[in-house]
Design a protein around this ligand. Structure first.
Ligand code: SF4
Length: 354
């Protein structure tokens, strides 16, 4: 008689130190320190993302495998680096700029980025706004007619069920002053099958809808990720890309160029390249601003303008986002401006006083 055989189990999201050990992504010697890190910060590596990891310290692994260095908070780091908490009038809303507000319906993500600026808040325990809290957040939007754009973020809004997403879209459509809805998400690359036809249908709205996909390395744009993005684009929803400049991930001219070109090839317009926010335990990812400017300057003249993101800094303390170059203007000794050409040569602008 044949012995019963356990059917193969589908791969599942890696969430614990034991899962990481079993997957060969950490060594037994690393485990005790990582148990300490796990007390503070969530881990999740969904199968689609785990498959991309060739070695734990490669550009994919670095983003999601916890590291003992996360246990050390540098004096320059801050648990709320961009000052969300002070700008939150009700749970789930952040109001920093006059014409737009963040709506954070949940604090759950498909994976947990080791460099996340909201790492003190996001995690499976962070949960979802319950019906009453979501209604309070929507009421706040209803009663603020100066808000024209709602930026849905989190956590990751595409972790909502399609039913709940549809309900939020309908509520926002009921507010005449809301013209634009933006969804920021890591799901298209982290767990692309989740962005299925039903979810893509749920995003359809009469408002100007934009999806901003968070992508940090060209390898994240797998065929499955591109298919998920096409499902959104097929509904006339433009897709923008945002990336964080990260040491060991995309901090070489080659890696950055490949990332930007891969986005354009997938019809994604690179929108922002973020300077890393100084969240606790993230120093290993820091790339100095001057180095970031040089990296971008290296692409000028070589890479199509469609691929150029705006390099931005969220000023610590909640003072807002500003573009940080590179700057192509210099003031000459005669007080006139000169422009720096892509080859580095300076050209005096006869009409422009500095
Ligand atoms: S998906 Fe976004 S919010 Fe979630 S951990 Fe990554 S950076 Fe943070």
């Amino acid at each position: 008689m044949a012995l019963p055989v356990n059917p193969p189990q589908p791969p599942r999201t890696l969430r614990s130190v034991a899962d990481l050990l079993a997957a060969g992504l950490i060594t037994p010697a690393e485990a005790p320190a990582l148990e300490n890190v796990a007390q503070h910060y969530a881990t999740a590596i969904p199968p689609a993302f785990a498959k991309l990891i060739e070695s734990p310290d490669d550009p994919i692994g670095r983003q999601v495998i916890p590291d003992a260095a996360e246990g050390h908070t540098d004096p320059t780091e801050d648990p709320d680096p961009i000052g969300d908490d002070a700008l939150s009038p009700v749970p789930g809303i952040v109001h920093r700029y006059a014409d737009r507000a963040l709506l954070k319906p949940l604090l759950v993500c498909p994976l947990y980025c080791r460099f996340c600026f909201r790492r003190e808040h996001v995690g499976p325990g962070g949960g979802v706004l319950d019906e009453a809290a979501l209604e309070t957040a929507l009421d706040w939007l209803r009663t603020h007619p100066d808000i024209h754009e709602v930026v849905m973020t989190g956590g990751d809004p595409l972790m909502l069920s399609p039913r709940r997403m549809r309900a939020i879209m309908q509520a926002l459509e009921g507010m005449e002053h809301i013209h634009t809805i933006r969804i920021h998400s890591r799901v298209p690359v982290a767990d692309p099958d989740r962005l299925d036809e039903e979810m893509a249908d749920a995003l359809e709205t009469t408002r100007s809808m934009w999806l901003v996909a968070h992508i940090n390395h060209a390898r994240e744009l797998t065929p499955a990720a591109r298919a998920a993005i096409r499902r959104v684009q097929a509904r006339a929803i433009p897709v923008l890309g945002q990336s964080v400049l990260l040491r060991g991930v995309n901090d070489t001219p080659e890696a950055l160029e490949a990332l930007l070109r891969a986005q354009v090839a997938a019809r994604i317009r690179p929108y922002y390249l973020h300077q890393l926010d100084p969240a606790p335990g993230t120093a290993r990812f820091h790339v100095p601003i001057r180095e970031g400017q040089r990296l971008l300057a290296d692409l000028r003249g070589r890479v199509t303008g469609i691929a150029w993101p705006t390099y931005v800094l969220d000023i610590p303390g909640g003072h807002g986002k500003v573009p940080i170059g590179p700057d192509y203007l210099r003031t000459g000794p005669d007080g006139m401006l000169a422009a720096v050409a892509p080859d580095g040569t300076l050209h005096r602008l006869a009409r422009e006083r500095g």
